[in-house]
Design a protein around this ligand. Sequence first.
Ligand SMILES: NC(=O)C1=CN([C@@H]2O[C@H](COP(=O)(O)OP(=O)(O)OC[C@H]3O[C@@H](n4cnc5c(N)ncnc54)[C@H](OP(=O)(O)O)[C@@H]3O)[C@@H](O)[C@H]2O)[C@@H](O)CC1
Ligand SMILES: Nc1ncnc2c1ncn2[C@@H]1O[C@H](COP(=O)(O)OP(=O)(O)O)[C@@H](O)[C@H]1O
Length: 295
Amino acid sequence: MQREITRELVRRLLPGRMAESNKGSYGSVLAAAGSMAYRGAAALCTEGALRGGAGLVYLASVEPVIQLVLSRTPECCACGCRTAANGGIHPQDADALRRWFADRPTVLLAGPGLGESAADVCKALLGRNAPWAGAVLDADALNALAAGKYRGDLPANTIMTPHPGEAARLLGLTVPEVQADREGAAVSLAEKYHCVAVLKGHHTLVAAPGGTVWRNETGNAGLAKGGSGDILAGLTAGLLAAGLKQGRTPENAAVCAVWLHGAAADRCAKRRSMTAMLPGDLFEDLGWILGELGR
Ligand SMILES: NC(=O)C1=CN([C@@H]2O[C@H](COP(=O)(O)OP(=O)(O)OC[C@H]3O[C@@H](n4cnc5c(N)ncnc54)[C@H](OP(=O)(O)O)[C@@H]3O)[C@@H](O)[C@H]2O)[C@@H](O)CC1
Ligand SMILES: Nc1ncnc2c1ncn2[C@@H]1O[C@H](COP(=O)(O)OP(=O)(O)O)[C@@H](O)[C@H]1O
């Protein structure tokens, strides 16, 4: 049975901003994102993590991507990596990152824009004894997981955010089969991969193993543009990092992220139209909606 995500639920579950706090109170995110082919995805997901409230956001990527992201959001800390032959992060640098973060509890956000480098990067970052406080896996990180390129034993507090195409690959189904039983697909993903599954699309669903299936009713077809999913992945990671510091669960973070993302899109469509709005426009509306919720 599905339960609707409401504004009141989100108000209750959102991490607070306390007067007596500092950046360490809201957790850290490392985004492993972007490649020579997909530069914007890294910019959108890191801004999503910052605007989702994480205290510190690091970006691991190739230098041209780092330059682009810092020019938009200098708040982001750079972990510049060498470029591999496939245009992505060099695998040796991914190994070094994993060692550097071993004693710095951090949420890993992996996938947006990684392209062909995803298999090597995920193998290095998500192998045995991965140090992450939690993880958000999206896009190419999910395709590499579906293809068996790294162990399916994900860190505790993992959230995956597949669109129906990615969900079909993860479950060995076709897209029409996923869409014909979205609730069954979301539950199967959560149980197969022991994580919180966010099955995106019109009426995004959130399922945790053995838990409620949440249905989101915010959002509109203006989100059907490349980059919307990258923002959701970053926002989810930012909320997860801040929420884990305050005893919230990954399910709480996913529920808040999908509702806020859709509510921002609904506000954005009123001022920009569904046709002309861009994913990057959502950040302004997100700020207004968080403000209305007292955060
Ligand atoms: N500015 C940037 O840098 C951007 C970079 N980006 C980066 O691009 C990379 C590739 O990501 P991607 O999602 O485009 O590739 P992919 O998973 O192969 O999806 C296409 C296939 O899946 C299916 N499919 C997709 N959605 C579906 C749906 N809702 N419902 C049903 N089916 C759906 C679709 O099937 P079709 O409908 O065409 O048969 C098609 O075959 C990745 O790194 C990402 O982060 C993008 O985020 C954009 C902005
Ligand atoms: N018609 C729609 N109605 C509501 N939400 C939508 C619609 N189309 C797309 N979205 C949302 O936009 C985002 C698209 O993510 P994704 O397919 O991964 O795109 P990309 O990776 O290209 O950014 C998801 O959050 C999805 O739920």
